[in-house]
Design a protein around this ligand. Sequence first.
Ligand code: ATP
Ligand code: ZN
Length: 288
Amino acid sequence: MSERLRIAVQKGGRLGTKSLELVESAGFRILRGANELLYRIENAPIDLLCVRDDDIPTFVDDGVADFGIVGRNVLEERGAGELTEVMPLGFGRCTLKIAAPAGWPYRGVQSLQGARIATTYPRTLARFLERNGVEAEIVTMRGAVEVAPRLKLAQVICDLVSTGATLEANGLVAVDTVMNSEAVLIRGASKINAALAHVAASVVQRFRGVAASQGSKYVMMNAPRSALPEISRILPGAGAPTVTPLAGNDDAVAVHAVCQESVFWETLEKLRGAGASAILVLPIEKMM
Ligand code: ATP
Ligand code: ZN
C-alpha cells in the first residue's frame, strides 16, 4: 500500500487544467517536477497521476489510484462496476446528444428505429436505445463522428456536445439528449490505507467546498422589511437569508444570502423591482 494518496487526473485534454486548478483551489500545492506522469503535492501526502482519461477508471478500479477525476460519460461507457461517483465537480460540462442532418425528420426516439447511428459511446447509446425500446444499428467509431452522415456511414450520430459549434459546422442539429455529463470525483472499492484516511477525507471535504463555492455567490442588499417575502422568493437557490436592522431606520433591513445558483442581471432587476437597493454580488472563495 502506498504511503501517499493517489489521485488520477487527465493529462492535458479538456479536463487536465481544470482538474489541477481544483486541486490548487483546495489548498494543495502542486510540484511540477521532471516526472510528467506523477506530480507531488508539496504540503500533503498526495500524488497526482496524470494519464489518459480513458485509463482513469481502470487505475482507480485496480487500486493504483485512490481517487480519479473523469467525465461521467467515460464512467458510464465503461460501466461503473465497483466504482462510485463521490461528487460532481462542476466543470467539463457537456451532453451526449443524438444529432441528425438539418431537416432530418425527427419525431422523438422512435424515429431512430432501424437507423444507423455513429458514435464513440456504443454501450451508453445501446442502453439508451434499449431503455426506449428502439432497435437501431450502432456504428462504433474512434473519433470524428460528426463526419459520418456526410460519408453515408450513418444517418445520425450520438456525440458529446458542449457549445454545438462542431455540429453546426457539419450541418447537424441536436435532436435528443442521451445523458448529461461533467467531471466527477470517483473512487474504487478498495480500502484506503488507514494512515491516509484523514487525507482522503480532507480531499473530499475540500473538493466539495471548492465545487460548492464556485457556483455560489454572496448577495447583500438593503430593503424595506415588507419586501422580505418577495426578495426571498427571487433569490436563486438561497436558504433563509440573514436579516439585520439598519441603524436609524426601523423599516429598512440589510439582507445577506448565499445563492447556490448563478445570479444574473435579470435577478438584480427583479430585486430592485421588489424594493431592494445597494445590491452587491460577491464571489465566495471558500465554503465548508
Ligand atoms: P485523452 O487523450 O485523455 O484520451 P480525449 O481526447 O479522450 O483525451 P477530451 O477531448 O480531452 O478527451 O475530453 C475529456 C472529457 O471532457 C470528455 O470525456 C468529456 O467528459 C469532457 N468534455 C467537455 N466538453 C466536451 C466536448 N465538447 N467534447 C468532448 N468532450 C467534452
Ligand atoms: Zn480519451
